[in-house]
Write a protein that binds this ligand. Sequence first.
Ligand code: NDP
Ligand code: 8X3
Length: 253
Amino acid sequence: MQKTVFITGATSGIGKACAEIFARNGYNIIANGRRAERLKDLKNELEKNFPVKVLTVDFDVQEKEQVFAAADMLPSDWQKIDVLINNAGLALGKASFEDADLEDWETMLHTNVEGLLFVSKAFLPFVKKSPAGHIINIGSIAGKEVYENGNVYCASKFAVDAITKAMRIELMPAGIKVTGIHPGAVETEFSLVRFNGDEDKARAAYKGFKPLTGADVADTIWFCANLPPHACINELTITCLQQANVFYYNKNP
Ligand code: NDP
Ligand code: 8X3
């Protein structure tokens, strides 16, 4: 029977790259994001190129009612989810504790922490219907070490790490694998969003080194999702060659 992956934040970056690699390998895709037009384009592209079906579910992961309504309305032939990738997330701003914007903090916490919780809880019954369910949460190296002016983004990703570890323990009796993926710098729309559309600032974030791409991270996620049934990667940190951790880069002059 064809497998299904549900990916939050599939309209861009890591999530979109995940949709591509899973579709290329024959998975049906449930693709989430807020930008419905992009989801429609993704569906057309994947269904044209691969023998798979794509269901688009445009909702905001921050909105509990929308998340649970989407789960309630999941068509009957989509009610087995083999892999859930909790990828939707964002950073907003890079300002000191004193200067940071309160609404930015709220949005990051609502999206990266609550959104992941709402989606996991709402869609868990469908993951349990798979004989080999797997939940993959996208954390960050910012959830391993705190950097200056990373304050609440880092806190949200520390929370993702803790939630992932808790899910790993508590979903073990159900036979569900749980994996945390913690990437370093990946060139996606992430920095454009973080710096409110400022392209110069976004470009500067990757100056002097070759960052990961969304496809690099998606390849790793695909690898984690394809271990033998008795094996589980609990957590995995991936950075580009020129980044050792959240602080240390070997940048070109
Ligand atoms: P992008 O900005 O390219 O993609 C983010 C995705 O999240 C988009 O598809 C966006 O879709 C979706 N999203 C954001 N907010 C919501 C929401 N409220 N509801 C539903 N979907 C939402 O960034 P990345 O691909 O880089 O980011 C993906 C994940 O990887 C994030 O969790 C990020 O924190 C994490 N990460 C990124 C790193 C990087 O350097 N890029 C490094 C480490 C981790 P839409 O706008 O259509 O809703
Ligand atoms: C994104 C990586 O270092 O920009 O999670 O916070 S970083």
